[in-house]
Structures are given as C-alpha cells and as structure tokens.
Ligand binder design. Sequence first.
Ligand SMILES: *Cc1c(COP(=O)(O)O)cnc(C)c1O
Length: 363
Amino acid sequence: MKIMANRMDRGFFRYQKEFEDKALEVLRSGWYVLGQEVKSFEEEFAAYTGGGYCVGLASGLDALWIAFRVLGIGPGDEVIVQGNTYIASVMGITMNGATPIFVEPNEFYNMDTEKIEEKITERTKAILVVHLYGQASKMDTVMALAEKYNLKVVEDCAQSHGACFQGQMTGTFGDVGCFSFYPSKNIGAFGDGGAVVVKDAKLAEDFRVFRNYGSEKRYYNKIVGANSRLDELQAGLLRVRLRHVKEYEEERQQIAARYHSEIHNEKLMLPQVQAGSTAVWHQFVVRCKERDSLISYLNEKEIGTIIHYPIPPHLSEAYQYLGYQRGAFPITEQYADEVLSLPMYNGMTDEEQTYVIDAINRF
Ligand SMILES: *Cc1c(COP(=O)(O)O)cnc(C)c1O
C-alpha cells in the first residue's frame, strides 16, 4: 500500500460537488477580487474563531509581515519568537527590518513561556507566538508578560485553526491572529490565501487599507501599502471548507487518537498535549533518535513522511547574518534532528492508518 505524507485531494473529493458548484458560481459571477465572497468569508471566519474582525489577505506570510508593519514594528525593534518554527514566522519579523530573538521550545514543541522574560530588553516590542503543529500555546503566561512589559502579541495560527487554550480559540488572544489557508493547512484553499483576526475595528481597517495599495477609496492612497487580497474564488471555496470544519476536525482527532493508542514502539516519542490546550493535529510529530533509519524503513514500505523542519531558522543560510552557530539553541537543534511527521490528512482510510501503525510497531 502506498501512503503519502499528505493527500490534499481527499478532502476535496468528499465535498466535490459543493466545491465545484461554488467555483462555477464565482467564475460566472464576473466579480473576482474583493466582492461578496470575501466579505462573507471574513464574517464567517471571524464568527468561527470568536474574534472580532477578519481581513482576508493573500497568504500566511503576508498576514505576518503586514501585522508587524501595521503595528509599527521595524528597524531597531526586537520580537521574541520560538526557535523551532517554520521560517515564514521569522521572515514576517525580518521583512520589516526588526530583529528576531529566539526562545527555546518546551516538550510540547511550543515556545517555553518560562524562558520569555529573560529575553525582554528595552528594545522588545512584541512576542510572536506560534501554535506549532496545531497545538495551542500557553497563552495565559504570554498575555501576562505582554501586559507587564507593554508588548504587542502576534499569533501565528497557520497550523492551529480551531485549537483552543482554556476554551478560547488561538488567534483571539493577542493583537493580531495570523492565518494561512495554503492547501495543506487544516482549513485549506485551492491556492494561496491568508487572513488576520483582530479585536479592534480601527486595526481591522488598517489591514483593509494596507492590503489594497493603501487606499480607502479608489485612487486615493493614504499610505504605501501592498497588493495582498484574498481572491473571490479562494474565499468562496474556503466558505465551503468552513461549512464542514467540525467534521474535518473530528476526523483528525480520531486519527491522532488511534496513533496514540495503537503505536507501541520504544524508539518513538509520541506528541503530548499540555493541560489547558487542545491540538488540531495539523501534524502528528514523533521524535526518534534513529530518525534516518526510520525514514528509510518507512520508505521501503512506501509510507511517506516529512521533517517539520530539518534546519531551524537561526542556522538557515538566509539568517547567517544574525551570526548564530550550531549550539546556540540546543533544544531547537535537537528537535530539528529528531522530529518526524507521520501521515495525517483528512480522508485517510482506516486501512491506511492500520498499515502505518503496523509498520511502525515492527520498526
Ligand atoms: C504555512 C505557514 C506559514 C506561511 O503561510 P503561507 O500561507 O504559506 O505564506 C507561516 N507560519 C507557519 C507556522 C506556517 O506553517
């Protein structure tokens, strides 16, 4: 049996008719950018998260860098972020000329919130929390520190649509919640897409102006903005996805529950969920000291896996200019050497799950 690490077609085929009807409806409408679909999606997504306002953007990376731009964070400013994130989180900071200050992760792969305070200086302007792999971070500690030191909080929710901390959805704690709708994300479009969720009406308006060349009214440009608009086709298709979001979420919970109860192999460390948090299992990430042999063993059985992520941002070529060497963040680096994401996708059949579980148990 051939099993890919991810299958984006399965989630589509389950509601094929609804997706195709919506695509045709938008194509035939004659209106393709900033219309009714985007407006409706923004309202529905804001309601889903429980946040105040949603503004659709072109990608998750745009949500991040525009967030720091709109918050006025730039050269000379420091932003605290976890070391073991996807590099886009860090690019959101550095595209504005600000400096990322890395914090080591905890055993749940999120920022170790006990290690934030020691990194705060007079240049610190914000904390960027990444709810990695779909598990909500410990937001009570983060928000208390933000209040104590008067810092902005930006949440990278590209992997955590629907995940909650103490019953509140990620993306609604801080000043800005940044979402990606890249096809492989838990709420995926059929191309690129992103959004921010904010509590403040004025801040929402700043994003609306910025995404459309800095104009409030056509051809009257208040600021130098960007072209970063979620398009009508993607917004319409995302509305279909959102209608079935509970079912997609439950399916991932069931796959994760089977992995947890049926994988028994001392060579693998299974992911844990911290008290107060929920996980939506964007990835099911195990750790293994013999990762390379595990990967080739699974490859022989035609089971695909992915490493999220093999090179931490501080050691990537792009960030050589920050001057970090190997050894600077030992936990981050250990995770990069040991993590492996098992197949996890909507529409993964029982037989496929069993095949993966049996193979791993025999490793
Ligand atoms: C996917 C991802 C992004 C970037 O989203 P895009 O829509 O691909 O630009 C940012 N942060 C994290 C943690 C991600 O997983």
